[in-house]
Design a protein around this ligand. Structure first.
Ligand SMILES: Cc1ncc(COP(=O)(O)O)c(C=O)c1O
Length: 415
């Protein structure tokens, strides 16, 4: 008997999805000792391993086998309350029925896509956008449209023009728009409050939902802008959050805050594909942590690392290279005019520094060839400076003969 061709059993939807780039194609294979300016991971020093170890011990001492059963411990309900309280502090007032805890923000995005998208459903995204969200949407639909951004976030006037035109031509309107309004991945930009309100108005005028991904929303260097959900009186915003960037990504704790009917639909598909033990551990960790104090520490450290990155870029990168200085989050978006950053990456890895080439954040990859995303979250300050020096050595020969950077023109973040 011959070996079965398992692939012939795949559903048409799966076969269509497998025609896309494989997940993680953007992640460079890193040589040993490589400085990771590609990784959107928290600083290893800030991952509270000892506190989580203590939380596990305390949980099992107090509750024995309970957190290890399917239903988990009563602390899961407590975690919900803790998250509701944090959301309320940011102006998002929702009830327990309007909140679903998920295995990270990624599961939340996947559930939303699964519930809302068919193969021909239109979804709108920012251009550029978070590459894993693009991967998820492409698993479900072929109809993705992208809306350009500038330093104020998504260009809502262009969005309106695009929607008007689609309406005029009788084309389908998006069922939802995916946005990361605060400290966006990859650009680090923050959508202005006017645009947040304009976007919400457009969602009502053209009848679509908004998927607000707030993964970095609490990591401000300065003031935190109000989430779009905090203006939402009609239940149009599905607000997705995560503890990955402020506590630990391996705990896989995220959520959706939205209309009750939507949360019920999400529970339907989520079933028990989340982690009760991790959720109850997180509840104990949060019980014993002064979270505001922790946030202050994170913000201070990431602000300093961002300043180190930008300072090094001013010093070591040739003048035509430009970037956007973020007001929070993990990333700086860099443009190297005329240089294909994918072609440059193998040499950068040999030199010992990594980044993510810009093309992976675009639906139309050719729009992103001159860009790259640098992360200041994972590497320490010394590595960041060393990494930028290495990049400078690689990039400078492209611009030999051009004048040096005028220090007054650089766009450093507020101290
Ligand atoms: C914008 C954005 N959303 C969601 C996630 C994933 O979050 P989680 O670890 O909670 O799945 C990330 C992680 O890089 C992200 O950058």
């Amino acid at each position: 008997m011959g070996k079965v061709n398992v692939e012939s059993f795949f559903s048409d939807n799966s076969k269509a999805a497998f025609k896309n780039d494989p997940p993680g194609a953007w992640m460079p294979k890193l040589p040993d000792g490589c400085i990771r300016l590609s990784s959107g991971y928290p600083d290893p020093e800030l991952v509270p391993a000892e506190e989580i170890k203590a939380a596990v011990a305390r949980l099992l001492d107090e509750e024995h086998d309970l957190p290890l059963h399917y239903l988990g411990s009563p602390r899961i309900t407590k975690l919900k309350q803790q998250i509701l309280n944090r959301l309320a502090e940011r102006g998002i007032i929702v009830s327990e029925e309007q909140l679903l805890i998920t295995s990270g923000a990624c599961q939340a995005i996947d559930l939303i896509a699964r519930i809302l998208l068919d193969e021909q459903t239109v979804v709108a995204v920012e251009s550029p956008t978070y590459m894993e969200a693009l991967e998820i949407f492409q698993n479900y639909t072929k109809q993705i449209i992208s809306i350009p951004m500038d330093d104020q976030g998504i260009q809502t006037t262009l969005l309106k023009e695009m929607l008007d035109e689609r309406k005029r031509k009788g084309l389908a309107l998006p069922r939802f728009l995916y946005t990361i309004p605060t400290y966006q991945n990859p650009t680090g930009t923050t959508m202005s409050t006017e645009r947040r309100q304009h976007l919400l108005k457009l969602s009502s005028e053209f009848d679509f939902l908004i998927l607000e991904d707030d993964a970095y929303g609490e990591l401000s260097f300065d003031e935190i802008p109000p989430p779009i959900k905090s203006f939402d009186e009609c239940g149009r915003v599905l607000h997705v959050g995560s503890l990955s960037k402020v506590v630990a990504p391996g705990m896989r704790i995220g959520w959706i805050a939205g209309d009750h009917a939507f949360i019920k639909a999400s529970e339907w598909f989520k079933k028990d594909l989340d982690h009760p033990f991790s959720q109850s551990t997180m509840a104990v960790y949060l019980e014993n942590t002064h979270f505001e104090k922790r946030l202050l520490l994170l913000k201070e450290l990431y602000r300093a690392k961002c300043a180190a990155l930008i300072g090094a870029m001013e010093q070591y990168l040739p003048a035509p290279v430009s970037w956007l200085a973020p007001a929070g989050g993990y990333f700086v978006w860099v443009r190297i005019p005329g240089v294909d950053t994918s072609d440059l990456l193998p040499q950068a890895l040999i030199e010992g520094v990594s980044y993510v080439p810009g093309k992976y954040f675009f639906l139309n990859q050719s729009d992103g060839t001159e860009f790259l995303r640098l992360s200041f979250s994972y590497a320490d300050e010394e590595e960041i400076i060393d990494g930028i020096q290495k990049l400078g050595k690689l990039i400078t020969p492209f611009f030999n003969g051009l004048p040096d950077r005028d220090m007054k023109d650089t766009n450093a973040p507020a101290p």
